[in-house]
Design a protein around this ligand. Structure first.
Ligand code: GLN
Length: 455
């Protein structure tokens, strides 16, 4: 099979299903076909040894791509044509993957269902009435629908793992600092992390290996060697100690999700692992802490979209203040405005100590919860989400029930630790469930080892 065949396969599938799934905002067909041609010419030479040679990949639309429109699914950036490639995109090119196009998302990565996209919602390929999750909904749906083999998403508060769970694919949020954020449009900089979404664990390990590593363009990227993750796919979990937080199987978590996790634990026990109930006592504050901190960071990060520095400038302004005001009023959707208002309020003088500073302290307690458990256990296991996917429109009227979706994924971002979501059976509605495996800082290898035991 040639690279051209692979790329053909990808666009054929896109042509067949994309009008229903709507995973892509922009396709890059001409350049992808050209790249495939060049790779086929290189076949059999030394110029054909990239880790992802010829593999079709989709990239979330908040990761900048030189000469390829990057919108964050926002009207604000509808015409942004970046002048550089994100570090992960350069690394994909180095690994000889082929970018097929840019994937739909909730606007500026704020959302859990893709319904906040400024353009159109992506649908869940398992059932088009259901949401694919978010914010990396296009990334998960494109892989689940077979449009691409790999995709990149970003995860600030669950946005890789939750859509991976809802779409029945594998999604990894790496340790904070594992993957460079240079060229990722910032939402909440202390939480954002880029990661791989794939059909299976092995592909996932390859893709992380290709994109991970320290980067001089991102001062928060870590000086920690990148392991050869594929070498940890031994399936050996003998002697592994698993902690299962009681908060992840208790109130608010659906029976189906609970049962599927207990089944998975049985499988691991059968292979020689042991598990015990543990506690992450500050989990109940995670949602409030996350929405306070992430909105505060967002209110600052999104100030650059003013129609002068970035953003589609309003036609309707007579002076500078009007340019700012009208550009932002017209360009941002409701959810983005809600977060900016929340964050601006939390950071305003007089409230800073009561909200932002307090949330920072709670974040430390949440991080310590994980450290305590990891003193005795190798990994933490629980469901990725409390339930399976829901129908489009079901939760749009109430932001609070939408936010509650992220209750099991958000603590991981606050602690900065890595976690994967794997397919783990189906609910009564026929929609996939996800198993979440959480590891120690920079110990993605153990997560992959445990995850691979299910394949
Ligand atoms: N649903 C969360 C939010 O809306 C997750 C976002 C993310 O991880 N990018 O903030």
């Amino acid at each position: 099979i040639s690279v051209t065949d692979l790329v053909n396969e990808s666009y054929t599938r896109i042509n067949a299903v994309e009008d229903k799934v709507k995973a892509f905002v922009t396709l890059d067909e001409e350049r992808a076909r050209q790249a495939a041609k060049e790779m086929d010419e290189a076949l059999g030479t030394d110029n054909a040894n990239g880790l992802l040679f010829g593999m079709p990949i989709g990239v979330k639309d908040n990761i900048v791509t030189k000469g390829l429109r990057t919108t964050c699914s926002s009207k604000m950036l509808a015409n942004l044509d970046p002048i550089y490639d994100a570090t992960v995109v350069q690394k994909l090119q180095g690994a000889q993957a082929i970018t097929i196009g840019k994937l739909n998302m909730d606007e500026f990565a704020m959302g859990s269902s893709n319904e906040n996209s400024g353009f159109f919602p992506t649908r869940n390929p398992w059932n088009l009435d259901y949401v694919p999750g978010g914010s990396s909904g296009g990334s998960a749906a494109s892989v689940a629908a077979g449009e691409v083999l790999f995709s990149l998403g970003s995860d600030t508060g669950g946005s890789i793992r939750q859509p991976a769970a809802y779409c029945g694919v594998v999604g990894m949020k790496p340790t904070y600092g594992r993957v460079s954020r240079y060229g990722l449009v910032a939402f909440a900089s202390s939480l954002d992390q880029i990661g791989p979404i794939t059909r299976n664990v092995e592909d996932n390990a390859y893709l992380l290996q290709a994109i991970a590593g320290v980067d001089k363009m991102d001062a928060t990227s870590a000086h920690v060697d990148v392991a050869k993750y594929v070498e940890s796919l031994t399936g050996d979990v003998k002697g592994l100690k698993i902690g299962v937080p009681k908060e992840y199987l208790g109130d608010g978590v659906g029976e189906e999700a609970r049962q599927s996790v207990l089944e998975a634990l049985k499988v691991l026990e059968g292979m020689g692992a042991t598990w015990e109930e543990v506690t992450l006592p500050h989990s109940k504050y995670a949602l409030a802490t996350y929405y306070l901190l992430s909105s505060s960071e967002a209110s600052s990060n999104l100030s650059r979209f003013d129609g002068i520095r970035y953003g589609v400038r309003t036609d309707n302004a007579e002076n500078l203040v009007d340019i700012y005001k009208n550009t932002r009023s017209e360009g941002f959707g409701d959810e983005v405005k809600r977060r900016i208002m929340l964050g601006t309020f939390a950071l305003s003088s007089g409230y800073y100590d009561a909200y932002y500073k307090k949330a920072q302290k709670v974040r430390t307690l949440i991080k310590q919860d994980f450290e305590n458990v990891f003193e005795k256990y190798d990994v933490i296991i629980g469901p990725t989400t409390p339930t399976t996917s829901f129908k489009l429109g079901e939760k749009t009227s109430d932001p609070m029930t939408m936010y509650a979706n992220d209750i099991l994924t958000i603590p991981v971002n606050l602690a900065g630790v890595p976690a994967i979501s794997l397919p783990c059976g189906f609910g009564a509605n026929g929609m996939p469930l996800g198993l979440q495996i959480i590891g120690k800082h920079f110990d993605e290898s153990t997560i992959y080892r445990v995850a691979h035991a299910f394949e």
